[in-house]
Design a protein around this ligand. Structure first.
Ligand code: ATR
Length: 275
């Protein structure tokens, strides 16, 4: 008798998560039977939900908003991205207890590589300085960009985040309205939550190279404002679905030792959206 791999994602809200669908597609792609549940969980319930998952034979979990920082407290060990981001999105059960990982930033790197974008030497502009930005900075700086400029509505958050990561590479933080220094940027990463209000932060196309790429961490309807802005200016743009699948693929690899194909999964998702 074969047993399926028991996994879950915890968050609140959780009903709109694509993770069960993505991990189901991974399982089919690699011939691994997967039982991946989406479970609503408040922060104070996380210890009991993790215990229940382990008791039911669960071997891994994802954490989504707002549980990623809380996940740190429930892990015996953390990988470097999780330590630096101060947030956990992937847990794996070991004999010692839960091990914590953060595959969000590495998932973004995988997706940019898949799209043929060279981060080495790139000038990167990031809009936003919240948890989403904190999750991607260490993996981005590891790729040796020429610089990372953080712009944020609340300048002190951008400055303190830049300070926190300054030991890893050239990074500075400023107000959203500040004009970035130096030549145009090669990559803009939109990491504010404004897309969910149908809008985006003020951005001057003059701060970008004509060949710049715009990458929005949002996907679906929340990506539309940035997609429109970039297309109107003839700039290459992509939403964050590839990063979502990328972080999931890395989590799946942690649990199974096998990494699914991001492109094949995105193709399959697009096909099933049309049907
Ligand atoms: P997340 O974990 O998704 O990054 P967050 O920590 O709440 O969420 O951060 C949201 C980001 O969107 C922040 O950079 C926030 O700017 P502030 O630090 O000034 O709050 C940004 N953001 C949210 N609403 C915004 C708005 N109306 N205009 C500009 N930036 C906004």
């Amino acid at each position: 008798m074969t047993h399926s791999l028991r996994l879950a994602v915890f968050g609140d809200p959780i009903s709109h998560t694509l993770s069960p669908r993505i991990h189901g597609l991974f399982g089919r792609q690699l011939g691994i039977e997967v039982d991946y549940q989406a479970i609503r969980c408040r922060e104070q319930e996380l210890p009991e939900k993790l215990t229940a998952l382990a008791a039911a034979g669960g071997i891994g979990a994802n954490l989504t908003l707002p549980l990623k920082p809380a996940g740190l407290r429930h892990c015996r060990q953390l990988d470097q991205p999780a330590r630096l981001a101060r947030a956990v999105n992937t847990l794996m059960l070991s004999e010692q207890g839960w091990l914590g990982f953060n595959t969000d930033g590495p998932g973004l790197i995988l997706d940019l590589e898949r799209q043929g974008f060279a981060l080495n030497g790139a000038r990167i502009l990031i809009l936003g300085a919240g948890g989403a930005t904190a999750g991607i900075l260490a993996p981005l700086l590891k790729q040796h960009p020429a610089c990372i400029t953080l712009l944020n509505r609340t300048p002190v958050r951008a400055a303190s985040l830049a300070e926190r990561f300054a030991h890893l590479g050239p990074i500075s933080g400023h107000a959203l309205t500040a004009k970035p220094q130096g030549p145009g940027h090669d990559l803009v990463i939109q990491a504010t939550s404004l897309g969910h209000q149908g809008t985006m932060p003020e951005l001057n196309a003059g701060w970008l190279q004509a060949t710049a790429k715009v990458y929005d961490l949002n996907y679906g309807a929340a990506h539309e404002p940035v997609a429109r802005w970039a297309r109107d200016r003839g700039l290459a743009v992509s939403g964050g679905l590839g990063m979502l699948v990328g972080q999931a693929a890395l989590a799946f690899e942690i649990w199974t030792g096998r990494r699914p194909s991001i492109s094949a999964t995105l193709d399959r998702m697009a096909e099933t959206d049309l049907s």
